[in-house]
Design a protein around this ligand. Structure first.
Ligand code: PLP
Length: 433
């Protein structure tokens, strides 16, 4: 009998972006060994690189399906558009939230059908709307009359979700309500404007803000969505049948609490909507913990007891999330490779600062961080680096974030079985860093 893990593995190994690539089977806690073998395979290789653990992606999809079986995920591509990651999500059955023409193009090029895409940017350029019309992406969000007018002109077959401002965004790491979402008093005029334009509003969408710890925000937003379903009925519009609960989820222990609130609010407010389709746009939930970033120490300065290090990725690259997402990054003890060797060099620690590579002082990744004595060429490894990292990095000072390579790994099961399964199905090609 094929175990569930091996079934997922077979599916994922055939995914576009993954197929034909070298995927390393990881025993439990094998990430450090993998990073060690990557850096020791080629001693001259000092560039930063990511490791994407496809086993984490598989188990997160299992977790989602177990916890929210009636809510279909449409992964938010903006969070991390790594091709292998997108391929794995496609293979696992996810839909996709695309914010631009290029994101739609990337998803359709994986062989995903257009009905698995929601064009979820409430304000789109005309050319992007025309492209969605041409390729058959027929579901989008809006929150203004001008958007209705553009959609009427360029994509009249498109169904609409009215994006509302979530009533409560407190407790989230970054809020979206100052930019997007119709206010309560704007909803009826927008629904009427859509009717005048002969467009169908199929449902409601919202986003409670990223990485929220205030799960009551989902209940409040689901309640607000229900009032809009009712308002649409009162206005005599076709019955709404889609509810898009947006993103905001994290993959840690909070997910259980968040999903309980979502399920209970759906029961409370939408129990009498038998034809309802509920979708969600998780980004961080799937991407964050699946990616680990390895950086090389390229410089060092000692000032008394203080140790200062320069690494070859930073605030203008993967760590832009510190500025744009109020994120914190961490390089735990276990994630230091001395010259590529995981052996410990002594336990005394020093108060340390870690800078990124650009000439801007803002480019500071860690301050007041306790680290053992490190040397130039050692490696500092940052776990949980998949959400809003490389996706929004720049080329500032000539440090090209897009050029950072990704290695593929698969953890969480019997490593030998995975290796055999892989060899049976695919001819491995060694991907050089
Ligand atoms: N949907 C929309 C419309 C968004 O703007 C975002 C993030 O900005 C997401 C989904 C993904 O959010 P998260 O990563 O918090 O799940």
């Amino acid at each position: 009998m094929v175990s569930d893990t091996n079934k997922s593995l077979q599916i994922i190994m055939g995914a576009p972006g993954v197929k034909g690539k070298k995927v390393t089977a990881l025993p439990q806690d094998g990430l450090t060994d993998l990073i060690h073998s990557v850096v020791s395979e080629n001693q001259n290789f000092k560039e930063p690189f990511y490791v994407l653990d496809l086993g984490v992606v598989t188990s997160l999809m299992e977790k989602w399906t177990r916890s929210l079986p009636t809510v279909r995920p449409f992964y938010a591509v903006k969070c991390n558009p790594d091709p292998a990651f997108l391929g794995a999500m496609a293979a696992l059955g996810s839909g996709f939230d695309c914010a631009s023409l290029a994101e739609i193009e990337a998803i359709l090029s994986l062989g995903v059908s257009p009905d698995r895409v929601v064009s979820a940017n409430p304000c789109k350029a005309e050319s992007h709307i025309k492209y969605a019309a041409a390729v058959g992406v027929n579901l989008t969000t809006f929150d203004s009359k001008d958007e209705i007018e553009k959609i009427r002109k360029y994509h009249p077959k498109c169904e609409l979700l009215i994006r509302i401002k979530a009533p409560d965004e407190s407790g989230s790491k970054s809020t979206l309500g100052s930019k997007y979402g119709a206010l309560p008093e704007e909803v009826a005029p927008l629904l009427q404007a859509a009717r005048c334009a002969k467009l169908t509003v199929s449902g409601v969408s919202f986003h409670v803000g990223s990485a929220t710890t205030n799960f009551g925000a989902y209940r409040a937003a689901i309640a607000a969505a229900k009032t809009i379903f009712e308002a649409a009925s009162r206005l005599g519009l076709p019955k709404m049948h889609v509810l898009n609960i947006g993103g905001g989820f994290t993959a840690g222990p909070h997910f259980d609490d968040a999903s309980k609130v979502v399920k209970s609010a759906l029961r409370q407010y939408f129990i009498n909507e038998p034809g309802l389709t509920v979708i969600s746009e998780p980004g961080r939930f799937f991407a964050e913990s699946a990616f680990t970033l390895a950086t090389n120490i390229i410089g060092k300065r000692m000032r008394g007891e203080l140790r200062e290090y320069w690494i070859n990725d930073g605030i203008y690259g993967s760590m832009n999330c510190i500025l744009t997402n109020h994120a914190t990054v961490n390089a735990p003890f276990a994630c230091i490779l001395y010259g590529g060797n995981p052996a410990c060099r002594g336990m005394r620690t020093y108060c340390s600062t870690v800078f990124g590579p650009t000439c801007d002082a803002l480019d500071t990744v860690l301050t007041g961080h306790q680290l053992p004595e490190l040397q130039v060429s050692d490696w500092l490894v940052f776990p949980n680096m998949g959400a809003y990292t490389a996706a929004a990095g720049s080329n500032f000072n000539g440090f090209n974030t897009a050029a950072i390579t990704t290695h593929l790994a698969y953890s969480g099961a019997d490593a030998d079985a995975i290796g055999e399964e892989y060899l049976r199905h695919f001819k491995p090609r060694v991907a050089k860093p």
